[in-house]
Design a protein around this ligand. Sequence first.
Ligand SMILES: [Fe+2]
Length: 274
Amino acid sequence: MSAEADRSSGDSLSLVDLHTHFVPGVDDGARSTEEALAALGALCAQGVTRVATTPHLRASRAGGSRKLVVREKYEALRSAAAEALPDLGLSLAYEVRLDEPEVDLSDRSLGLSDRHLLVEFSMLVMPAFPVETLEVATRQDWVPVLAHPERYSGIEARYRMIAAWREMGALMCLNVASLWGRYGREAETVAHRMLADGLVDVIASDHHARPNRSESVRQAWDRLAEAGHQEAARLLLSANPGAILDGLDPAPVPAVRLGDGWSGRIKRFIGWSR
Ligand SMILES: [Fe+2]
């Protein structure tokens, strides 16, 4: 399928988004079921067929009552979505913040699947012990899916950590909007470099159902397809996130060179054509 055909309609796409905040009223995502349904409807129209919604959860509080509140609100959303958007596959998992070294993550319902756990570091900064922090999850037989590795302040200077995380079995999940600098220069630069180095397993939206946090996986599809990377787009935005939600291993992704990141724009600005 050509990039032009891919862009013409969402009908033929089957995009999968495994990092979103649509459970109403439980974090900084959707504030109501209506707001969540409107956002989910827009995604369906763009060719998104499966969505995991992943409220924030501190690992140190994984055993608390928050999960009961989330589950109740999620079930209300799921039944409303089943009626309004019957073709959408919706599931619940958590974005688990690894905030303490000794935590109980034995509840398999926390995961995207019974093998894969979406995790993030605290405060959007590189932790003092980056490998040990992820080992909190691997020690408990999870495959960590690290949310937005490109966004942790200090990651550019410690870029080699990304290979180390992957060597210990972790998967890397970029945020869509890092592709065009929504989170600043460092995140954009690292996102483009990771794609060029083949270090990305999946791209997800981190959609918050708020006007300033509502980028979609379709935008990443269009961006990659426009640049001629349809096969990588299929893996990063459909096959791999689908495999993870099914508890399977994602496939290796070919190198993606988008070529117009921060450095590309500077080069164009100063008239240095590549
Ligand atoms: Fe998130």
